[in-house]
Write a protein that binds this ligand. Sequence first.
Ligand SMILES: [Zn+2]
Length: 223
Amino acid sequence: MPVLDHGPRDRKQIALTFDADLTALMRRRLVSGTVKSYYNKALIDELRALHVPATMFLTGMWMEQYPGITRQLANDPLFELGTHTYDHRGFTKHCYTLGTVPRDQMLADVRRAITELDQLDPHATRWFRFPGGCYDATALHELAPAGVTAVGLDVPGADGFAKSPQPIIKQVLDHVQNGSIVVLHMHGGDNAPYTAQAVGPIVHGLRARGYQLVTVTQLVSRR
Ligand SMILES: [Zn+2]
């Protein structure tokens, strides 16, 4: 499986990417009402208002929870969608607290999310992101038949469990360069509560420095 961590360094383009995690634990919080939603609508509204192209990586479980929203995102020409596994388990033995997909289930897990996306999105991309950014040679080997490209990052957005918007804004603006792929999250809730407030200042800051914001597909397309 090919891996892409950034785009060309000779163009002032940056791809903002947004992952939609949903784990078994997060779904229990939805069911119990502890968390109202893992769809950060304020974030998407902000991206639309600012006309920001973006690439989103959706877990299969998130698409099952939000099929109508997945269709809306798919039909918005600003956005392109890829996959982020079925239920956000890790693809290495020790990936934070995410657990581990057994080797013999890796391909089926990723294909399940791809199938779900294809049912909801007529323009589905073959971009894929590993949960927690965790992978090794075994995972790449097992997933080669899935036909997807792993999209990594060179700038983690640090919006997970953030306490305010300011550190997210600073983290992104301090670390981007030509061709950067920035990872943020679009599930909101208790897991990424300040992404919507951070994204406006990030977009304005990047544009003020002359960066064009593009999708991952646009980032790597040679013109
Ligand atoms: Zn994730």
